[in-house]
Structures are given as structure tokens and as C-alpha cells.
Design a binder for this molecule. Sequence first.
Ligand code: ZN
Ligand code: ZN
Length: 446
Amino acid sequence: MTTTDLSSLQQQIDQAAEQIAEEVIAWRHHLHENPELSNREVETEAYIVEQLKGIGIGEEDITTGVGGHGVVAYIRGGADGDEDKKTVLLRADTDALPVKEDSGESFASTKVDKDYPGGPFPIAHACGHDTHVAMLLGASKILFDMRDSIHGDIMLVFQPAEEGPPQGEPGGADHMVAHMTEQGFFEPKPTMAFGIHIGAGPVGAIGYSVGVQNAASETVKITVTGQQVHASTPWQGIDPMPAVGDILSNIGQIYRQVDVKERFAISLGHIVDQGRFNIVGNQVEIWGTVRSVDDSVLDDINKRIERYVGHLAEAHGCKGEVEFLDQIPPVVNTPEWVEAVLPVYKHVAGDNPVSEIPVSMGYDDVSEFIARFGGVYALLGGQDVRYNADGSVELTHESSRGLVPNHSPKFYVNDDALAYGVRLHAHIAVGHLMGDVNSADKGVDK
Ligand SMILES: [Zn+2]
Ligand SMILES: [Zn+2]
């Protein structure tokens, strides 16, 4: 492959992205109006398959039901090349959130999931995963049409349950990876993983971190067990509530026991008790999350949580237990990978800023793919603002909704952002398979 061949493919990508822009927007609006919660992405899965087939991808190259309602599809390059064939894994997450949408969009969701555990819940694509799916479908269409000029394969991964499955159900990237491993999807191993998250920032602006981009995360379940009794005779039982109170007020001491330079957060946000005004309940569950930029700090924090829970419960005659669930590794962009993708980011962003951004304490389980195969995660802006030279934010027009964070009922994405995402996926794929978007870092076997 000569440089001219590569640049002609790059031109084709940019032209095709413009030509299919309206179609990608239509896909996005359909997905947005029909959101589904984590592990319930039944119609989303069917819609993805319908579009992949419409693009021309054969049934034999589409697998459904992967790790729940996940879809994996292949675009197989038909061109010969001097080097060994590579495989680039492009990932989009597909699930929505239990949020009542207040975005003001004409295609806003009015859906409610009546049967979801803990529900009924209104549902909205308040994290923008509808745009992720539409962008990856758009890139699939472009890459499929140029497959005969590509040396190497593209693995399309539409991943469910990124926001976390209901408690007790397997789901999310780790479940999908386990399922894909079992089914032989990783033989041979993909040589790069790539994903995009849309968010609060100017349309077309691309952000990245060198090193940790998204924190490691886990769910903490604390169970304090006493002994149920009539509330009029508490001495005949064991009340778990005072131990719970002590745990809640003392857990904050951990911030004073870990080096102030470390970045982490502990939040206990949900309590389930079994008592009543006239019953001292038997058991209380406390649910929370821990986030940390560093895995070893997370381990240290966990030991401290266990110590507090065990001893404070014991002090009140109760039993305290801690479980750490849904452990998700941090998203790490190694300096080598960042260097390799930066020219692509700059090409795609054009006049929009490409900037290094601080680490986010929000997790993203795309880390399960990037940690195994190497690669990077890009953050794409999708809102009606621009940055001034001094870093302040200006609205692009009077009725702009400004910067609205993901997960807010008012979260919105300007459709103009979609073409940037389509081009990012397609350029990264072609750049990796046929150009110099490469790094010696190929992830670690887990
Ligand atoms: Zn989210
Ligand atoms: Zn998200």
C-alpha cells in the first residue's frame, strides 16, 4: 500500500460520511425514541442487525445474543498486503438509562420499562449511546463499501449493559468478553480496540487523556445483620441501625488515611432496611461505589472499608459483611497509542479543538477491550458551545442549551456530531489496518 492509496481511502471516507449523514441521523433518532435499559436491549439488538444486513453484511458474519443482547459482526477486508492481517475492534455501547427525558428534542423518549427490577422506570438515552450505535453503523457502511481495498478485518462490537445490569444478572463488557472468548472471537486476537464516548463539549471537539482516562470502579454492598425484634423491646433483639449509622459517619475517615495526592471517591448512596416504625429489622444493606485512578489504591480502600464494617458492626453486637461487585478496570490510553492516533483525531476534528483532558471518575467498561488488545478511547463533544481562547465557554447560538452533562434529564447531542464519530471510527480502522496507527502495546492477557 502506498501513501497515495491510503490518502485516497481517507478521502473516500470523508466523502462517504457526508453522503450518509442523513441516514445516520435517522438511525440515531429511531434508537433515541426507542431506548432500552441494560440487559433488556432486545429491540435495539434487532434494529442493529437489520441495519447491518441492510448495509450488506452477510448473516454468516453477524452473531447475536453475545453476552446478553450484544451483536458482533465482521467486515472482512479483501485486499492483499505485505504485512500480516490485523483486526481492529470497534466498540459501541447500546443501553439507555432510567431517566425521564427532558431534552426538548422532537424525538425525545416517552418510553417506560414497567417490568425492570426496582421499576417501573422512564427510559432515555441520557448517556448518548444511541449516537454511539448510529456512528458505528455509519462507519460500518463506509468500511463495508470499501472492503475490497482493505487488508485486514474489522470486528464490530455492539455491547449491551454498559451502565450496569440489574443486581444479580451477569452483563456488560466483562460478560461479553467472556462469551466472545468462549466462542473463539479472539483467535486471532484483535490488534487494536477503539471506542468513542459522546459528551458535553463543542460539536466535533475531541478530548483524550494520556494514561488513565476513566477511573476504576466497583459496587460496594455492605450487609449488617442484627436480630429482629418488636420495637417496644429492643433489648430482646439486636438493632443493626446504630452500626449502620457508625459505618456511614466513619467511612469518610478513609479520605484522611490515604495520601491526599491519590484521586478516589467513596459514595454510599442507597440503604435498604427491613424495619418498620414498630419493628427493629433483622438486616440492613448499604449500597455504594468506589472509584479510583489507581488499582492498588482501590485495594487499599477496600481493606479499610472491610475493617470499618467488620469492627463497627461487632461493636454493636451485629455481623458486618462487605462484597465488592462489578469491578471494572480503568480506561488507560498509553502514551504510544495516543501518539499514534493524534494525527487521525486532528484530521477528523478539522478546526475544532483536540485537547488533553483530566481524568474522569466516571467508569467505562470499554476498558475490558482496551486493556486486553491495546487501543484508545476518544471523547467527542456534541453540544452547542464553543471554547474561547481563555478556555471559557460560549453558546453557539441564542437558544443553545449550553453544556449539559451525561445522565442529566436535559442531556442532548446535536446531530452534527454524528459525522465526526462516523469518520473517527472509519479513519481509525483504516489507519490501523493499513497505515501507521499502531503501537507495540497489545494489551495484556487476562
Ligand atoms: Zn453513562
Ligand atoms: Zn455512557
